[in-house]
Design a protein around this ligand. Structure first.
Ligand SMILES: *Cc1c(COP(=O)(O)O)cnc(C)c1O
Length: 425
């Protein structure tokens, strides 16, 4: 059956704005019609026409073990038969919170929510409520979900659409949000409640923190009594067994998580020391709640994923990704196109240009490269060879634990052919 992708997308367009429930999925920035996914298994997804793609989207990082991992499927089957939501405490949320606090030094308590957006939004409220201060600092090109106060100078879909923020966000809502360039430690004052940072910027393609950037933020926050918030919605339990703190040796005051900790179901979490978390309702004056928070299915899947991945799995994946990235660079460069694929642990970016360049260090640098038009050609040339990258130049590649060496080699060869196509256009 052909044209099923188009048929499904046409139906989607009729009842869902732009045909998608999250803008980046729409193919707007690369052109064409999205493939509609019927199912996934390991490193692969199949669309409604039965075409198989080697998947580097992996739900934008939510899937670490690959799709439909048998152990996760099994634990979900057990959980679903017990009832899916109660509005009462459940063992699953305790087990997931224990697994996370066990790994991350200084993370004493956390609260589970249903998305990364909610996690960061709640962390900001907590930081303001606990400190009695109003201002928050974020970095240009970092994405922290779509809550009003943080929808300013965001990466990811916001960057692709060329929006400085969003319509519908009032000046008042972002009036206390200060935007600073990534990789420069801003000078703070005592009006600042919190500094939010992606420890590895992974929503403006990939921008690594300079040595000294995160520790500099730590010192500057300490100087003025501001809270340092690591938005680890991508990096948490993907960059490393314990996330960015262990990877970079810098400890924040608050952590935000999402993606990996839900094992493919909707979850987020924010946490920190017992002292700070005691400002949250019902203990303290900062209100925060959620009907489906700590959902039994999501906590079962998340805890299962965390239990299956060891520190050496992360180390091995990081090594494989480092080799993969340099092989992709080599393959692309062999055609005459310039390419840098920066790596941080198992996270990998991809920049293309007709001119030689260095890996960007901030949003301005990333934008110049992401907007040069080469990615859309490269993306489609990869897709036509059965390799699904994210449909936007501002996203990164997610190599899961299910990607085999053969998968990676196939991708390297496909990249050489795709680069030739992109170069000719
Ligand atoms: C994805 C993401 C979010 C938002 O998470 P959602 O689950 O999409 O709401 C927040 N921060 C970062 C760094 C992210 O990558």
């Amino acid at each position: 059956m052909t044209n099923l992708n188009q048929a499904w997308f046409d139906r989607a367009l009729a009842v869902i704005p732009g045909g998608v429930d999250s803008p980046v999925r729409s193919f707007r920035s690369v052109g064409g019609t999205p493939y509609t996914v019927a199912r996934g298994q390991g490193a692969y997804v199949w669309d409604v026409e039965g075409t198989r793609y080697l998947d580097y989207v992996q739900s934008y990082g939510a899937s670490l073990l690959g799709h439909a991992h048998p152990a996760v499927v099994e634990v979900l089957k057990e959980a679903v038969a017990q009832g899916t939501t109660f509005g009462a405490p459940t063992p699953g949320e305790v087990l997931l919170a224990e697994a996370m606090t066990d790994r991350v030094a200084g993370l004493e308590q956390l609260r589970l929510v249903s998305s990364g957006t909610e996690a960061v939004m709640s962390a900001v409220r907590l930081a303001r409520g606990a400190s009695g201060r109003d201002k928050i600092v974020k970095f240009d090109g970092c994405y922290h979900g779509h809550s009003d106060a943080l929808l300013v100078a965001g990466g990811s879909g916001v960057a692709q659409m060329g929006l400085p923020g969003s319509a519908g966000v009032t000046a008042g809502a972002v009036g206390d949000t200060i935007v600073a360039p990534y990789n420069v430690v801003p000078t703070l004052d005592e009006s600042v409640a919190a500094v939010l940072v992606e420890p590895v910027a992974a929503n403006m393609n990939l921008v690594a923190p300079h040595p000294g950037f995160l520790s500099g933020l730590r010192a500057e926050c300490d100087r003025v009594g501001a809270l340092l918030v690591f938005d680890e919605v991508i990096t948490g339990f993907r960059l490393d067994f314990a996330g960015a703190e262990r990877f970079f040796g810098v400890t924040p005051d608050l952590w935000c998580f999402g993606k990996v900790i839900g094992g493919g179901l909707p979850v987020g979490a924010f946490g920190g020391s017992r002292t700070i978390l005691s400002s949250l309702a019902p203990l303290g004056p900062v209100y925060q709640a959620g009907t489906l928070s700590g959902n039994p299915l999501a906590t079962a899947a998340g805890a299962k994923v965390l239990s299956l991945v060891t520190p050496s799995d992360y180390d091995a994946l990081a090594k494989r990704v480092a080799q993969f990235a340099s092989r992709v660079e080599e393959a692309v460069r062999s055609t005459g196109l310039h390419c840098v694929a920066p790596v941080q642990g198992p996270l990998m970016g991809l920049y293309l240009s007709r001119e030689p360049f260095d890996a960007p260090t901030d949003f301005d640098g990333a934008k110049l490269l992401c907007d040069n038009g080469l990615y859309r050609e490269f993306f489609h040339a990869m897709l036509s060879q059965g390799v699904a990258l994210a449909p936007g130049a501002y996203e990164i590649l997610f190599v899961s634990l299910a990607h085999s060496d053969e998968d990676l080699t196939f991708t390297v060869d496909a990249a050489a052919r795709a680069a030739e196509v992109a170069l000719r256009l």
